[in-house]
Write a protein that binds this ligand. Structure first.
Ligand SMILES: Nc1nc2c(ncn2[C@@H]2O[C@H](COP(=O)(O)OP(=O)(O)OP(=O)(O)O)[C@@H](O)[C@H]2O)c(=O)[nH]1
Ligand SMILES: [Mg+2]
Length: 464
């Protein structure tokens, strides 16, 4: 992607298809000139002049093809002059009627006048490069646009407001300041006296920097789950009612239910939004030895997906209690966190009283009837409790990229700490200190190489 910011770029900023209005966005030094050549103010003959487009004011008029004089549409035009715009450059937005052909025709005129079609995410990339936002904010904007649950939306919005960026900046500034003092002590050991109080530095590392980085890494784990959804795999013996539980949770008839054991073969996957939190549910084949090759493949897939689950819902038929088969199955899944669902509560007298082996350690036990729906609320609550998102719902959670950088920073600071304890010299330690500083800078996008920016911004839509 060219980095030459003197080019003026343009794109349709509203989604494809027909809508009430559609917006064409232009950014770059030529944007106001281009708009003026195409725009005639209402009731005034001829193209508008630059001073007709007051910054941050809407102006009513028409878009005219300068070659033929044809009027394409009645529009509102707004100019946002540099630096008070999204990209920091001169920006013009043309609000036209939302027909796809119409918008494409206007865009074609804009391109004829010398703008280039914007690449995906290029407006945001320019906003980042002009210092309007750090990289975490740009990523937050993407999260916000793509959010499918309220928790993901809140997280994106917190990132976009710069909450994570500010935290990282503070940490980085403090480390930079320490590095500066270290450097002075290395270069002018006699002149500056004792600039670095080693005891204090060690204490700060142990009580502030390292715990803070570890907290960010932990938050990053939640961030990944919140972006992708917690993977819940529904497993059990044939006919336990797994597919019935799945359908109840989804409130739709997603998975086939019959009274024939071995009904479900393939993995049946579906996203679920519970109390604003994202989950991905997978229904699986009932686990048993089978001579049917198709069912055997289903069981293999079930076992694989159990291994990759964040949490297993172990569904059992309450009438069978903890019999031999279910005990064997429990043993194979117990290394994953699991919730125990005692299903078919309607068919037994006291479901909660059914004894379970003491070696079973489910995160929670819920009795319910997938047939009547009784007890489903308790299951929903157990799932949201398990997700453990509640306390971090509003925070600007780090993503995978941030988390990897925090890990690099923590490892480097850990080396500084170990080095200090074994009495290394400052000049050795300062290399690691700089590694940590650099890793934090990477989170914010400092000195980001174009490949990284390509990777991040190419995920955006055109016009953003
Ligand atoms: N009475 C009663 N029947 C239930 C309940 N849940 C499921 N069933 C019945 O149990 C049978 C099996 O249900 P499914 O949901 O297909 O069970 P499954 O675990 O998905 O079975 P497989 O896919 O074959 O492994 C069906 O006839 C359901 O109607 C329940 O809570 N109470
Ligand atoms: Mg099933």
């Amino acid at each position: 992607m060219p980095l030459d910011n003197t080019e003026t770029i343009a794109a349709i900023a509203t989604p494809p298809g027909t809508g009430g209005i559609g917006i064409i966005r232009i950014s770059g030094p030529a944007s106001i000139g281009i708009a003026c050549r195409l725009f005639h103010r209402k009731g005034i003959a001829g193209p508008a002049a630059s001073h007709d487009l007051l910054s941050h004011r809407l102006t009513l008029g028409h878009i005219c093809d300068p070659a033929s004089g044809e009027i394409l549409d009645e529009v509102l035009v707004v100019a946002m002059r540099s630096p008070r715009s999204f990209t920091g450059e001169d920006v013009v937005e043309i609000q036209a009627h939302g027909g796809p052909w119409l918008l494409r025709s206007i865009l074609a005129l804009v391109l004829d006048q010398g703008a280039r079609l914007a690449e995906p995410g290029e407006f945001t990339r320019r906003a980042f490069l002009s210092g309007r936002m750090d990289l975490t904010q740009a990523e937050g904007m993407m999260d916000l646009i793509e959010a499918r649950t309220s928790a993901a939306r809140k997280m994106g919005s917190a990132l976009l407001r710069g909450e994570l960026g500010m935290e990282v900046s503070r940490l980085r500034e403090a480390l930079l300041e320490l590095a500066t003092r270290m450097a002075a002590e290395i270069d002018f050991p006699d002149d500056v006296g004792d600039l670095v109080d080693e005891g204090q530095v060690l204490q700060d590392l142990q009580e502030y920097y390292l715990p803070e980085l570890r907290r960010l890494i932990r938050m990053g784990e939640n961030g990944v789950r919140l972006r992708e959804g917690l993977r819940i795999v529904i497993a059990g013996l044939p006919n336990a009612g797994k597919s019935s539980v799945m359908n109840r949770l989804l409130a739709m008839d997603r998975s086939i239910v019959t009274d024939i054991p071995g009904t479900t073969r393939d993995l049946v996957e579906e996203p679920l939004n519970l109390a604003g939190l994202p989950f991905v549910l997978t229904d699986t084949a009932g686990i048993r030895d089978s001579s049917d090759p198709i069912e055997r493949m289903g069981v293999e897939r079930a076992m694989e997906s159990i291994r990759s689950a964040d949490c297993v819902l172990l569904v059992m038929d309450a009438r069978r209690g903890a019999d031999r088969e279910i005990c064997l199955l429990e043993e194979t899944i117990r290394s994953s966190p699991y919730l125990l669902v005692m299903n078919k509560k309607d068919l037994v007298d006291d479901c909660d009283a059914i004894a379970l082996p003491s070696s079973w350690k489910p995160a929670a036990r819920v009795s319910l009837s997938a047939r009547s729906g009784e007890g489903m609320d308790a299951l929903r609550k157990a799932l949201t409790d398990l997700a453990g998102f509640s306390e971090v719902q509003h925070a600007a959670l780090p993503n995978l990229r941030h988390r990897a950088a925090f890990e690099r920073a923590a490892e480097a600071l850990e080396r500084v700490r170990a080095g200090m304890l074994s009495g290394h010299f400052w000049d050795l330690l300062s290399v690691d200190l700089h590694t940590a500083i650099q890793a934090l800078g990477n989170v914010l996008g400092e000195n980001a190489d174009p490949d990284l920016l390509d990777r991040i911004f190419s995920g955006f839509c055109i016009g953003k």
